[in-house]
Design a protein around this ligand. Sequence first.
Ligand code: ADP
Length: 389
Amino acid sequence: MPFFLIRNDITRMHTDAVVNAANKTLLGGGGVDGAIHRAAGPKLLAHCLTLGGCKTGEAKITPGFNMSCKYIIHTVGPIWKDGAHGEREALVSCYRSSLALALENGCESVAFPLISAGVYGYPVEEAIAVAEETIRTFLDDHDMTVYLVLFDTNAVSAGTERFREIRSYIDDAYSDAFAETEKRRSQRLRSETELDFIGSAPMANFAMPQMAESKPPKKQGFIKKIKEKKEDLSLAPSKPEPIRPEPMEMPTFCDSVDGAMSPADFSSLEDALSRLDESFTQMLLRKIDESGMTDAQCYKKANIDRKLFSKIRSDIYYKPSKSTAVAFGVALRMPLDELRSFIAKAGFALSHASKFDIIVEYYISRGVYDIFEINDTLFAFDQMLLGTQ
Ligand code: ADP
């Protein structure tokens, strides 16, 4: 079931339960513990006084009081010494006991801070790895949405060594996209110039290409054909500023889907409507059958929750978000071409002008279909994650 990394202050999470990285007294402290006590109000301390503390690796539950969660689950992480004093086992136990308490209390969503990774000194990257592994194992068998809230750590960020290769892949893809745009723009300018060169106006266009886009030159009633293409090109700015396209997160709508019929193939609108192409839902269900996976195996792999899957299943015209559509494509291990056709059914495409798209393409083209690995990277590059959000 869904697991997400998120950058936030945990006291702002609207989950059923919020986990507190407490100390053994359960009477409040610094860091996330202090923030939770401040947000929950003094009744939390009064309640905690009745609990008799908590052992390392264990967890206790209280109401959320003034916080927007129903429950606060207090767990005590290990203090890091050198990694040879049972720190890992104790940390795994914190996540397991907290999740077990959440389950017992009917929670459908839980937010964890990075337990022990602050004052208790657990190395951040290792703390993240333990958290991810333990939560994922739990989610294999349980329906719950779990968030790991990374507050002030840059451990999962684009600048780290771990993401070096994908950084350069994104740079290359951006440069290609930029070069392609430039090529098309200069071809367009050239053909416009050949056909409609008027007085000195095109000179201004070349000098200020961006203005040319928004304000076409006024026609002055005569056309002068340029014969010397070389001369024409020499007017262009020698090397335009390498403006990197901003990561755009937008559903890219397609004109047509591979293999779809064109409007000219239909005799009337009624005819067209009676011969609709296979929908996204239909293709999804067919692909699940063909893969031999059960529905549950598929939506879990896709980081999608059961409720959303039921909704999609029961509506053949369901219009998923891009992150949902791509998530199913990844879960079904679709090669890139197939993924493109699949998400086109929902009106989306992959482009080199979007970091999200480039990252997805990077992993799929390498045969990596681990949604959590892809999501770590999307998170590092501040992109929306795959799965139910
Ligand atoms: P511990 O004593 O278990 O190390 P800390 O509270 O010192 O607990 O830190 C645990 C993690 O919680 C650290 O990564 C810290 O950055 C993070 N943290 C601190 N305040 C918040 C907050 N308000 N929301 C989410 N995470 C927080």
